[in-house]
Design a protein around this ligand. Structure first.
Ligand code: TMP
Ligand code: ASP
Length: 238
């Protein structure tokens, strides 16, 4: 029996008959600025489900595992059940967004090595930037586990950059979430999509992610359709 366990801004989470699996149902809603801007786009849920499934599949092919098990329908996917660790792990390859506003670094500065930041996943507090010590205080993880999460996020960056390079996209920055399984493993969870990654066309510099909605500069659905198309084409080419 499926029971709604949690409803987030972009997905609903359902239990399944299998204790170790969850069903994620992607919604058509888009939010920005911690939900202050909100709109629904027909087809967005399906696009994010397809894109996220394809990215998790490509990551797995390259040796990076995650909670993803299988895409079940247009808007649903089956994942391994985890308890989400309340950290948003952001990796940045190019300076933009909140980093530029916070520290005044010039927009588009290349960040080599990549920059890793931790935010506390807490809507009421607007997901504040935190340091390692705060993370250990707020999340039920050991210093060793935090180190592994950070290493894994940087490994995901290396592999994701390649995946997107094959699609003529530059991976500017992205946000990951991790979850603990029943047997104590920590695995990559949540979603990887243009909602959670900044992607710029490598030739034109065109923004091809949720920034078109955040900044009100373009149509979200056609942009996400292009991302899915490129991911599928890059698979065919191999
Ligand atoms: P930022 O520059 O606004 O801090 O965003 C950094 C990256 O994290 C960007 O790729 C968008 C992503 N992100 C989320 O996925 N969820 C969020 O709540 C925020 C603020 C950013
Ligand atoms: N995900 C956040 C929100 O829903 C912010 C963002 O992605 O910009 O509002």
């Amino acid at each position: 029996m499926q029971e709604l366990m949690y409803e987030g801004k972009a997905k609903r989470v359902f239990s399944t008959d299998n204790q170790e699996e969850l069903l994620l149902a992607y919604k058509d809603d888009a939010t920005a600025f911690n939900g202050k801007k909100k709109e629904s786009f027909r087809g967005k849920g399906e696009l994010n489900n397809r894109i996220s499934s394809e990215i998790f599949r490509k990551l797995d092919e390259r040796g990076v595992s995650s909670h993803f098990l299988e895409r079940l329908s247009d808007t649903e996917q089956l994942v391994r059940k985890t308890a989400i660790i309340p950290l948003e792990v952001v990796v940045r390859n190019i300076a933009t967004g909140s980093l530029v506003r916070r520290i005044g670094i010039e927009e588009k500065t290349a960040l080599t090595p990549p920059l890793l930041e931790l935010y506390y996943k807490n809507d009421e507090l607007d997901d504040p930037l935190i340091n390692d010590r705060h993370a250990l205080l707020l999340a039920d993880i050991t210093p060793g586990e935090l180190m592994k999460i950070k290493e894994k996020a940087l490994e995901v960056n290396d592999v994701l950059r390649e995946i997107f390079e094959d699609c003529d996209l530059s991976l500017v920055d992205f946000k990951l979430e991790f979850g603990s399984t029943g047997n104590g493993d920590i695995i990559l969870s949540d979603e990887v999509s243009p909602d959670t990654c900044r992607l710029w066309d490598r030739e034109t510099g065109e923004k091809m992610d949720k920034d078109v909605f955040r900044e009100g500069t373009g149509e979200l659905v056609p942009v996400y359709e292009k991302i899915l198309q490129r991911l599928e084409d890059s698979t065919c080419a191999k």
